[in-house]
Design a protein around this ligand. Structure first.
Ligand SMILES: *Cc1c(COP(=O)(O)O)cnc(C)c1O
Length: 479
Protein backbone atom coordinates (compact mmCIF):
# COMPACT_ATOMS: atom_id res chain seq x y z
CA UNK A 1 0.00 0.00 0.00
CA UNK A 2 1.36 3.41 -0.91
CA UNK A 3 1.26 6.23 1.56
CA UNK A 4 -0.55 8.90 -0.41
CA UNK A 5 -0.74 11.25 2.56
CA UNK A 6 2.97 12.01 2.51
CA UNK A 7 4.41 11.20 -0.90
CA UNK A 8 8.15 10.96 -1.10
CA UNK A 9 8.41 14.00 -3.40
CA UNK A 10 6.66 16.31 -0.95
CA UNK A 11 8.96 15.37 1.92
CA UNK A 12 11.90 16.12 -0.32
CA UNK A 13 10.98 19.66 -1.34
CA UNK A 14 10.10 20.48 2.23
CA UNK A 15 13.68 19.74 3.10
CA UNK A 16 14.83 22.07 0.34
CA UNK A 17 13.05 25.09 1.88
CA UNK A 18 15.62 27.64 3.07
CA UNK A 19 16.37 27.96 6.76
CA UNK A 20 15.03 31.08 8.51
CA UNK A 21 18.53 32.55 8.82
CA UNK A 22 19.22 32.16 5.14
CA UNK A 23 15.88 33.60 4.14
CA UNK A 24 16.61 36.65 6.28
CA UNK A 25 19.68 37.36 4.11
CA UNK A 26 17.45 38.00 1.08
CA UNK A 27 17.74 41.67 -0.02
CA UNK A 28 13.95 42.13 0.07
CA UNK A 29 13.84 40.96 3.67
CA UNK A 30 16.68 43.21 4.71
CA UNK A 31 14.65 46.02 3.28
CA UNK A 32 11.55 44.93 5.23
CA UNK A 33 13.69 44.59 8.33
CA UNK A 34 14.85 48.19 8.13
CA UNK A 35 11.22 49.29 8.05
CA UNK A 36 9.57 46.88 10.49
CA UNK A 37 12.43 45.65 12.67
CA UNK A 38 14.13 42.27 13.01
CA UNK A 39 11.71 40.84 15.54
CA UNK A 40 8.64 41.02 13.33
CA UNK A 41 10.38 40.01 10.09
CA UNK A 42 11.98 36.95 11.74
CA UNK A 43 8.61 35.92 13.09
CA UNK A 44 7.02 36.32 9.65
CA UNK A 45 9.85 34.30 8.03
CA UNK A 46 9.30 31.45 10.47
CA UNK A 47 5.51 31.55 10.07
CA UNK A 48 5.73 31.68 6.28
CA UNK A 49 8.04 28.64 6.14
CA UNK A 50 5.85 26.73 8.61
CA UNK A 51 2.78 27.50 6.52
CA UNK A 52 4.53 26.32 3.34
CA UNK A 53 5.58 23.06 4.99
CA UNK A 54 1.99 22.42 6.00
CA UNK A 55 0.55 23.11 2.54
CA UNK A 56 0.42 20.33 -0.01
CA UNK A 57 2.15 21.74 -3.10
CA UNK A 58 3.06 20.03 -6.33
CA UNK A 59 6.36 21.81 -6.73
CA UNK A 60 8.77 23.46 -4.34
CA UNK A 61 8.18 27.20 -4.09
CA UNK A 62 10.99 29.37 -5.38
CA UNK A 63 12.55 32.09 -3.30
CA UNK A 64 10.58 34.88 -4.98
CA UNK A 65 7.26 33.28 -4.15
CA UNK A 66 8.38 32.66 -0.57
CA UNK A 67 9.28 36.33 -0.25
CA UNK A 68 5.92 37.35 -1.77
CA UNK A 69 4.05 35.14 0.69
CA UNK A 70 6.06 36.60 3.54
CA UNK A 71 5.33 40.15 2.42
CA UNK A 72 1.61 39.46 2.24
CA UNK A 73 1.68 37.89 5.70
CA UNK A 74 3.60 40.85 7.08
CA UNK A 75 1.17 43.38 5.58
CA UNK A 76 -1.76 41.65 7.25
CA UNK A 77 0.17 41.29 10.52
CA UNK A 78 1.15 44.93 10.92
CA UNK A 79 -2.02 46.55 9.60
CA UNK A 80 -4.33 47.62 12.43
CA UNK A 81 -7.14 45.29 13.44
CA UNK A 82 -9.32 48.32 14.03
CA UNK A 83 -9.15 49.08 10.32
CA UNK A 84 -10.57 52.18 8.67
CA UNK A 85 -13.25 51.15 6.16
CA UNK A 86 -15.57 52.83 3.70
CA UNK A 87 -19.06 52.75 5.20
CA UNK A 88 -21.18 52.55 2.06
CA UNK A 89 -23.91 50.52 3.72
CA UNK A 90 -26.39 53.37 3.64
CA UNK A 91 -26.64 53.34 7.45
CA UNK A 92 -25.03 56.52 8.72
CA UNK A 93 -24.78 55.75 12.44
CA UNK A 94 -23.69 52.14 12.04
CA UNK A 95 -23.07 50.38 15.36
CA UNK A 96 -20.90 47.66 13.81
CA UNK A 97 -18.80 50.29 12.05
CA UNK A 98 -18.22 52.47 15.11
CA UNK A 99 -21.18 54.89 14.95
CA UNK A 100 -20.47 58.64 14.99
CA UNK A 101 -17.37 60.23 13.44
CA UNK A 102 -15.70 62.89 15.54
CA UNK A 103 -14.95 66.44 14.48
CA UNK A 104 -11.30 67.39 13.93
CA UNK A 105 -11.27 69.58 17.07
CA UNK A 106 -12.60 66.63 19.09
CA UNK A 107 -9.88 64.39 17.64
CA UNK A 108 -7.26 67.04 18.49
CA UNK A 109 -8.60 67.23 22.03
CA UNK A 110 -8.17 63.47 22.43
CA UNK A 111 -4.60 63.67 21.16
CA UNK A 112 -3.81 66.56 23.50
CA UNK A 113 -4.94 64.77 26.65
CA UNK A 114 -3.32 61.53 25.49
CA UNK A 115 0.00 63.32 25.14
CA UNK A 116 -0.07 65.45 28.28
CA UNK A 117 -1.04 65.27 31.92
CA UNK A 118 -4.45 66.80 32.29
CA UNK A 119 -6.46 68.36 35.11
CA UNK A 120 -8.89 65.47 35.17
CA UNK A 121 -9.75 65.29 38.85
CA UNK A 122 -7.84 68.32 39.95
CA UNK A 123 -9.40 71.69 40.67
CA UNK A 124 -7.11 74.30 39.10
CA UNK A 125 -8.81 77.13 41.03
CA UNK A 126 -8.17 75.73 44.50
CA UNK A 127 -5.46 73.12 43.94
CA UNK A 128 -7.71 70.58 45.60
CA UNK A 129 -9.23 67.38 44.36
CA UNK A 130 -11.82 67.74 41.59
CA UNK A 131 -14.47 65.55 40.02
CA UNK A 132 -14.00 64.45 36.41
CA UNK A 133 -17.69 65.11 35.73
CA UNK A 134 -16.98 68.81 36.34
CA UNK A 135 -15.34 68.93 32.89
CA UNK A 136 -18.70 68.53 31.16
CA UNK A 137 -21.46 69.03 33.74
CA UNK A 138 -22.02 72.77 33.21
CA UNK A 139 -22.06 72.27 29.44
CA UNK A 140 -24.61 69.49 29.65
CA UNK A 141 -26.79 71.54 32.00
CA UNK A 142 -26.70 74.52 29.64
CA UNK A 143 -27.58 72.37 26.61
CA UNK A 144 -30.38 70.39 28.25
CA UNK A 145 -31.77 72.73 30.88
CA UNK A 146 -31.06 70.14 33.56
CA UNK A 147 -29.85 70.96 37.10
CA UNK A 148 -27.10 68.36 37.14
CA UNK A 149 -25.39 65.80 34.91
CA UNK A 150 -23.03 62.86 34.95
CA UNK A 151 -21.54 60.59 32.29
CA UNK A 152 -20.68 56.91 31.98
CA UNK A 153 -19.38 54.45 29.41
CA UNK A 154 -22.49 54.22 27.21
CA UNK A 155 -26.24 54.63 27.38
CA UNK A 156 -26.79 51.01 28.39
CA UNK A 157 -24.58 51.70 31.41
CA UNK A 158 -26.45 54.94 32.04
CA UNK A 159 -29.75 53.07 32.19
CA UNK A 160 -28.44 50.29 34.45
CA UNK A 161 -26.82 52.78 36.80
CA UNK A 162 -29.89 55.03 36.96
CA UNK A 163 -32.26 52.15 37.62
CA UNK A 164 -29.88 50.64 40.15
CA UNK A 165 -29.44 53.91 42.02
CA UNK A 166 -33.08 54.98 42.01
CA UNK A 167 -35.06 51.75 41.87
CA UNK A 168 -33.13 48.74 43.20
CA UNK A 169 -35.37 46.52 45.31
CA UNK A 170 -38.46 48.18 43.92
CA UNK A 171 -40.77 47.95 40.96
CA UNK A 172 -40.08 49.93 37.79
CA UNK A 173 -43.21 50.58 35.76
CA UNK A 174 -42.80 50.44 31.97
CA UNK A 175 -45.24 50.30 29.09
CA UNK A 176 -45.35 46.98 27.21
CA UNK A 177 -44.95 49.00 24.03
CA UNK A 178 -41.50 50.09 25.18
CA UNK A 179 -39.93 46.79 26.26
CA UNK A 180 -37.33 47.06 23.59
CA UNK A 181 -34.35 45.02 22.53
CA UNK A 182 -31.49 46.87 20.90
CA UNK A 183 -28.85 45.10 18.80
CA UNK A 184 -26.63 42.88 20.87
CA UNK A 185 -27.90 42.03 24.31
CA UNK A 186 -29.64 45.20 25.46
CA UNK A 187 -33.12 44.07 26.45
CA UNK A 188 -35.06 46.26 28.81
CA UNK A 189 -36.34 43.38 30.97
CA UNK A 190 -32.80 42.03 31.39
CA UNK A 191 -31.40 45.48 32.12
CA UNK A 192 -34.02 45.93 34.82
CA UNK A 193 -33.07 42.62 36.37
CA UNK A 194 -29.37 43.49 36.25
CA UNK A 195 -30.15 46.75 38.04
CA UNK A 196 -32.08 44.92 40.75
CA UNK A 197 -35.47 46.36 39.77
CA UNK A 198 -38.60 44.31 39.34
CA UNK A 199 -40.21 45.03 36.02
CA UNK A 200 -43.89 45.95 36.18
CA UNK A 201 -45.33 45.95 32.67
CA UNK A 202 -48.40 48.00 31.93
CA UNK A 203 -50.66 48.46 28.92
CA UNK A 204 -50.36 46.47 25.73
CA UNK A 205 -47.89 46.49 22.85
CA UNK A 206 -49.80 49.12 20.89
CA UNK A 207 -51.75 51.05 23.54
CA UNK A 208 -50.92 52.27 27.02
CA UNK A 209 -53.11 54.80 28.85
CA UNK A 210 -52.54 57.07 31.87
CA UNK A 211 -54.83 54.88 33.99
CA UNK A 212 -52.60 51.84 33.28
CA UNK A 213 -49.75 53.60 35.06
CA UNK A 214 -51.94 54.97 37.86
CA UNK A 215 -53.42 51.54 38.63
CA UNK A 216 -49.99 49.92 38.73
CA UNK A 217 -48.51 52.34 41.25
CA UNK A 218 -48.32 50.87 44.75
CA UNK A 219 -46.17 50.74 47.89
CA UNK A 220 -43.53 48.80 46.04
CA UNK A 221 -43.14 51.17 43.13
CA UNK A 222 -39.69 52.78 42.84
CA UNK A 223 -39.96 54.71 39.63
CA UNK A 224 -41.66 55.13 36.26
CA UNK A 225 -39.63 54.54 33.13
CA UNK A 226 -40.23 55.73 29.59
CA UNK A 227 -38.10 54.24 26.82
CA UNK A 228 -37.67 55.71 23.37
CA UNK A 229 -38.74 52.93 21.02
CA UNK A 230 -35.58 52.44 19.02
CA UNK A 231 -35.26 49.96 16.16
CA UNK A 232 -38.96 49.74 15.48
CA UNK A 233 -42.09 51.81 15.28
CA UNK A 234 -45.51 50.83 16.53
CA UNK A 235 -47.79 52.26 13.88
CA UNK A 236 -51.51 52.43 13.32
CA UNK A 237 -53.88 52.06 16.28
CA UNK A 238 -51.52 53.24 19.01
CA UNK A 239 -51.59 55.27 22.19
CA UNK A 240 -48.66 56.14 24.39
CA UNK A 241 -48.51 58.46 27.35
CA UNK A 242 -46.24 61.43 26.69
CA UNK A 243 -43.48 62.63 29.00
CA UNK A 244 -45.46 65.55 30.47
CA UNK A 245 -48.44 63.43 31.43
CA UNK A 246 -46.25 60.63 32.73
CA UNK A 247 -44.25 63.11 34.82
CA UNK A 248 -47.51 64.37 36.35
CA UNK A 249 -48.57 60.82 37.24
CA UNK A 250 -45.14 60.06 38.74
CA UNK A 251 -44.99 63.26 40.75
CA UNK A 252 -48.53 62.82 42.16
CA UNK A 253 -47.17 59.61 43.69
CA UNK A 254 -43.85 61.28 44.63
CA UNK A 255 -41.92 58.99 42.30
CA UNK A 256 -39.25 59.89 39.77
CA UNK A 257 -39.78 59.57 36.02
CA UNK A 258 -36.73 58.24 34.16
CA UNK A 259 -36.65 58.69 30.38
CA UNK A 260 -34.26 56.65 28.25
CA UNK A 261 -34.13 58.73 25.07
CA UNK A 262 -31.64 56.54 23.23
CA UNK A 263 -30.33 58.95 20.62
CA UNK A 264 -30.73 62.30 22.27
CA UNK A 265 -30.27 64.82 19.46
CA UNK A 266 -29.15 68.20 20.79
CA UNK A 267 -30.53 70.16 17.85
CA UNK A 268 -33.92 70.19 16.25
CA UNK A 269 -33.31 67.81 13.36
CA UNK A 270 -36.44 69.02 11.60
CA UNK A 271 -34.58 72.32 11.04
CA UNK A 272 -32.26 70.43 8.70
CA UNK A 273 -34.96 68.52 6.90
CA UNK A 274 -34.62 65.46 9.11
CA UNK A 275 -37.50 63.83 10.95
CA UNK A 276 -38.40 65.11 14.39
CA UNK A 277 -36.76 63.48 17.43
CA UNK A 278 -37.39 64.34 21.09
CA UNK A 279 -34.50 66.33 22.51
CA UNK A 280 -33.24 65.97 26.09
CA UNK A 281 -34.21 69.56 26.95
CA UNK A 282 -37.79 68.83 25.89
CA UNK A 283 -37.98 65.77 28.13
CA UNK A 284 -36.51 67.80 31.01
CA UNK A 285 -38.95 70.66 30.37
CA UNK A 286 -41.81 68.16 30.31
CA UNK A 287 -40.89 67.16 33.85
CA UNK A 288 -38.67 64.09 33.46
CA UNK A 289 -36.50 63.72 36.55
CA UNK A 290 -33.68 61.87 34.84
CA UNK A 291 -32.98 61.60 31.10
CA UNK A 292 -30.33 59.31 29.59
CA UNK A 293 -28.96 59.24 26.04
CA UNK A 294 -25.98 58.06 23.96
CA UNK A 295 -22.91 60.13 23.09
CA UNK A 296 -22.24 58.43 19.76
CA UNK A 297 -25.63 58.33 18.08
CA UNK A 298 -27.31 61.53 16.84
CA UNK A 299 -25.14 63.60 19.18
CA UNK A 300 -22.16 62.79 16.95
CA UNK A 301 -19.61 62.36 19.74
CA UNK A 302 -17.64 59.52 21.33
CA UNK A 303 -19.23 56.46 22.93
CA UNK A 304 -20.71 57.64 26.20
CA UNK A 305 -23.87 57.51 28.25
CA UNK A 306 -25.13 60.88 29.37
CA UNK A 307 -27.36 61.26 32.42
CA UNK A 308 -29.02 64.61 33.12
CA UNK A 309 -31.73 65.62 35.56
CA UNK A 310 -32.66 66.86 39.02
CA UNK A 311 -29.69 67.39 41.32
CA UNK A 312 -30.89 65.11 44.13
CA UNK A 313 -31.28 62.15 41.75
CA UNK A 314 -28.02 62.80 39.91
CA UNK A 315 -26.21 62.90 43.29
CA UNK A 316 -27.66 59.50 44.18
CA UNK A 317 -26.58 58.13 40.82
CA UNK A 318 -23.05 59.48 41.28
CA UNK A 319 -22.78 57.92 44.74
CA UNK A 320 -23.73 54.44 43.49
CA UNK A 321 -20.71 52.09 43.68
CA UNK A 322 -21.08 51.12 40.01
CA UNK A 323 -20.45 54.71 38.92
CA UNK A 324 -16.72 54.23 39.52
CA UNK A 325 -16.74 51.07 37.40
CA UNK A 326 -18.55 52.77 34.53
CA UNK A 327 -16.75 56.11 34.46
CA UNK A 328 -15.34 57.69 31.32
CA UNK A 329 -11.64 57.92 30.57
CA UNK A 330 -9.90 61.21 29.82
CA UNK A 331 -9.81 60.66 26.03
CA UNK A 332 -13.56 60.28 25.80
CA UNK A 333 -14.19 63.14 28.21
CA UNK A 334 -12.02 65.44 26.09
CA UNK A 335 -13.82 64.42 22.88
CA UNK A 336 -17.22 64.76 24.53
CA UNK A 337 -16.42 68.22 25.89
CA UNK A 338 -15.36 69.42 22.44
CA UNK A 339 -18.42 67.86 20.79
CA UNK A 340 -20.75 69.57 23.26
CA UNK A 341 -19.02 72.90 22.68
CA UNK A 342 -19.86 72.65 18.96
CA UNK A 343 -23.53 72.70 20.00
CA UNK A 344 -22.99 75.56 22.44
CA UNK A 345 -20.83 77.78 20.22
CA UNK A 346 -21.15 76.98 16.53
CA UNK A 347 -23.51 78.75 14.18
CA UNK A 348 -23.94 75.55 12.17
CA UNK A 349 -23.27 72.44 14.28
CA UNK A 350 -24.91 70.48 11.46
CA UNK A 351 -21.83 71.38 9.37
CA UNK A 352 -19.04 71.15 11.96
CA UNK A 353 -20.10 67.76 13.30
CA UNK A 354 -19.29 65.15 10.64
CA UNK A 355 -22.15 62.84 11.58
CA UNK A 356 -24.73 65.61 11.26
CA UNK A 357 -23.08 66.76 8.03
CA UNK A 358 -23.50 63.25 6.58
CA UNK A 359 -27.08 63.00 7.80
CA UNK A 360 -28.05 66.34 6.28
CA UNK A 361 -26.12 65.87 3.03
CA UNK A 362 -28.19 66.71 -0.06
CA UNK A 363 -28.81 64.04 -2.71
CA UNK A 364 -27.43 66.44 -5.39
CA UNK A 365 -24.10 66.62 -3.60
CA UNK A 366 -23.99 62.83 -3.29
CA UNK A 367 -24.84 62.53 -6.99
CA UNK A 368 -21.92 64.83 -7.89
CA UNK A 369 -19.57 62.72 -5.74
CA UNK A 370 -20.92 59.62 -7.47
CA UNK A 371 -20.12 61.06 -10.88
CA UNK A 372 -16.54 61.69 -9.76
CA UNK A 373 -16.24 58.10 -8.53
CA UNK A 374 -17.74 56.68 -11.71
CA UNK A 375 -15.36 58.75 -13.85
CA UNK A 376 -12.45 57.40 -11.80
CA UNK A 377 -13.32 53.75 -12.42
CA UNK A 378 -11.06 53.49 -15.42
CA UNK A 379 -11.50 49.96 -16.67
CA UNK A 380 -14.45 47.74 -15.99
CA UNK A 381 -13.76 44.02 -16.55
CA UNK A 382 -15.97 42.33 -19.12
CA UNK A 383 -19.35 41.34 -17.74
CA UNK A 384 -19.33 43.90 -14.93
CA UNK A 385 -21.50 47.01 -14.96
CA UNK A 386 -21.46 50.13 -12.76
CA UNK A 387 -24.16 52.82 -12.62
CA UNK A 388 -25.51 55.49 -10.31
CA UNK A 389 -28.97 55.05 -8.92
CA UNK A 390 -31.18 56.84 -6.42
CA UNK A 391 -31.58 55.06 -3.09
CA UNK A 392 -32.54 55.73 0.51
CA UNK A 393 -30.10 55.86 3.41
CA UNK A 394 -31.09 55.41 7.00
CA UNK A 395 -29.98 57.12 10.18
CA UNK A 396 -29.14 53.91 12.02
CA UNK A 397 -28.66 52.89 15.64
CA UNK A 398 -32.37 52.77 16.18
CA UNK A 399 -32.87 56.45 15.54
CA UNK A 400 -36.11 57.23 13.78
CA UNK A 401 -36.33 53.68 12.47
CA UNK A 402 -38.93 54.23 9.76
CA UNK A 403 -37.53 57.36 8.17
CA UNK A 404 -35.27 57.42 5.16
CA UNK A 405 -32.92 59.92 3.55
CA UNK A 406 -32.80 60.33 -0.26
CA UNK A 407 -29.32 59.36 -1.47
CA UNK A 408 -27.39 58.01 -4.45
CA UNK A 409 -25.68 54.63 -4.77
CA UNK A 410 -23.05 53.26 -7.07
CA UNK A 411 -24.61 49.98 -8.13
CA UNK A 412 -22.25 47.22 -9.28
CA UNK A 413 -23.83 44.44 -11.23
CA UNK A 414 -22.93 41.44 -13.30
CA UNK A 415 -24.14 41.14 -16.85
CA UNK A 416 -25.39 37.59 -16.96
CA UNK A 417 -28.83 36.11 -17.50
CA UNK A 418 -27.99 33.34 -15.06
CA UNK A 419 -28.92 34.13 -11.50
CA UNK A 420 -26.43 31.79 -9.84
CA UNK A 421 -23.61 33.30 -11.89
CA UNK A 422 -24.59 36.76 -10.72
CA UNK A 423 -24.91 35.71 -7.10
CA UNK A 424 -21.55 33.98 -7.08
CA UNK A 425 -19.91 36.98 -8.75
CA UNK A 426 -21.44 39.33 -6.18
CA UNK A 427 -20.20 37.27 -3.26
CA UNK A 428 -16.80 37.20 -4.93
CA UNK A 429 -16.84 40.97 -5.30
CA UNK A 430 -17.93 41.53 -1.70
CA UNK A 431 -15.03 39.35 -0.58
CA UNK A 432 -12.59 41.29 -2.77
CA UNK A 433 -13.92 44.55 -1.28
CA UNK A 434 -13.34 43.30 2.24
CA UNK A 435 -9.73 42.38 1.41
CA UNK A 436 -8.77 45.86 0.21
CA UNK A 437 -6.30 47.96 2.23
CA UNK A 438 -9.30 50.12 3.06
CA UNK A 439 -12.18 47.65 2.92
CA UNK A 440 -15.41 48.73 1.24
CA UNK A 441 -18.60 47.68 3.01
CA UNK A 442 -21.74 47.87 0.88
CA UNK A 443 -25.06 46.10 0.76
CA UNK A 444 -26.40 43.37 -1.53
CA UNK A 445 -29.86 44.29 -2.72
CA UNK A 446 -31.97 43.22 -5.70
CA UNK A 447 -29.18 40.98 -6.97
CA UNK A 448 -26.59 43.79 -7.14
CA UNK A 449 -24.01 45.35 -4.85
CA UNK A 450 -25.15 48.81 -3.69
CA UNK A 451 -22.60 51.32 -2.45
CA UNK A 452 -24.56 54.20 -0.89
CA UNK A 453 -22.25 57.20 -1.31
CA UNK A 454 -23.77 59.36 1.44
CA UNK A 455 -20.95 58.53 3.88
CA UNK A 456 -18.12 58.85 1.36
CA UNK A 457 -15.99 61.65 2.76
CA UNK A 458 -15.20 64.67 0.62
CA UNK A 459 -11.90 64.08 -1.16
CA UNK A 460 -12.06 60.27 -0.93
CA UNK A 461 -13.70 59.84 -4.36
CA UNK A 462 -10.47 59.08 -6.25
CA UNK A 463 -9.26 56.63 -3.60
CA UNK A 464 -12.60 54.83 -3.68
CA UNK A 465 -12.54 54.65 -7.50
CA UNK A 466 -9.02 53.18 -7.51
CA UNK A 467 -9.95 50.62 -4.90
CA UNK A 468 -13.15 49.61 -6.69
CA UNK A 469 -11.20 49.18 -9.94
CA UNK A 470 -8.64 47.07 -8.13
CA UNK A 471 -11.24 44.85 -6.47
CA UNK A 472 -13.22 44.43 -9.69
CA UNK A 473 -10.10 43.06 -11.36
CA UNK A 474 -9.10 40.93 -8.38
CA UNK A 475 -12.52 39.27 -8.17
CA UNK A 476 -13.00 36.34 -10.46
CA UNK A 477 -14.61 37.39 -13.74
CA UNK A 478 -18.02 35.78 -14.03
CA UNK A 479 -18.56 33.12 -16.66
C1 LIG B 1 -29.13 52.84 21.71
C2 LIG B 1 -30.02 52.79 22.87
C3 LIG B 1 -29.56 52.30 24.10
C4 LIG B 1 -28.16 51.82 24.29
O1 LIG B 1 -27.25 52.86 24.15
P1 LIG B 1 -25.69 52.55 23.97
O2 LIG B 1 -25.07 53.91 23.94
O3 LIG B 1 -25.57 51.79 22.71
O4 LIG B 1 -25.26 51.75 25.14
C5 LIG B 1 -30.45 52.29 25.15
N1 LIG B 1 -31.71 52.70 25.01
C6 LIG B 1 -32.18 53.18 23.83
C7 LIG B 1 -33.60 53.62 23.74
C8 LIG B 1 -31.36 53.25 22.72
O5 LIG B 1 -31.82 53.68 21.55
Amino acid sequence: MTDIASPQGATDWRRTLPAVDRLLQHPALRDLESRHGRRVVTRMARDTLDALRATPLDAPPNETSIVDALRERLDAFVSPNARAVFNLTGTVIHTNLGRALLSEPAIDAMARVARNPVALEYDLATGGRGDRDDLIEALLCELTGAEAATVVNNNAAAVVLTLGALGAGHEAIVSRGELIEIGGAFRMPDIMAAAGCRLREVGTTNRTHPRDYREAIGDDTGLLVKVHTSNYAVEGFTTAVNEAELARIAHEAELPLVVDLGSGALVDLARFGLPYETQPHEAIAAGADVVTFSGDKLLGGPQAGIIVGKRAYIERIKRHPLKRALRLDKLVLAALETTLKHYRDDDRPDQTLPTLRLLTREADDIQAAGERVLAGITTLPAGRTARLQACMSQLGSGSLPVDRLPSVALVLDVDSPRREVRERALRELERAFRKLPRPIIGRVKEGALWLDLRCLMQGDEALLATQITRALHAAETPT
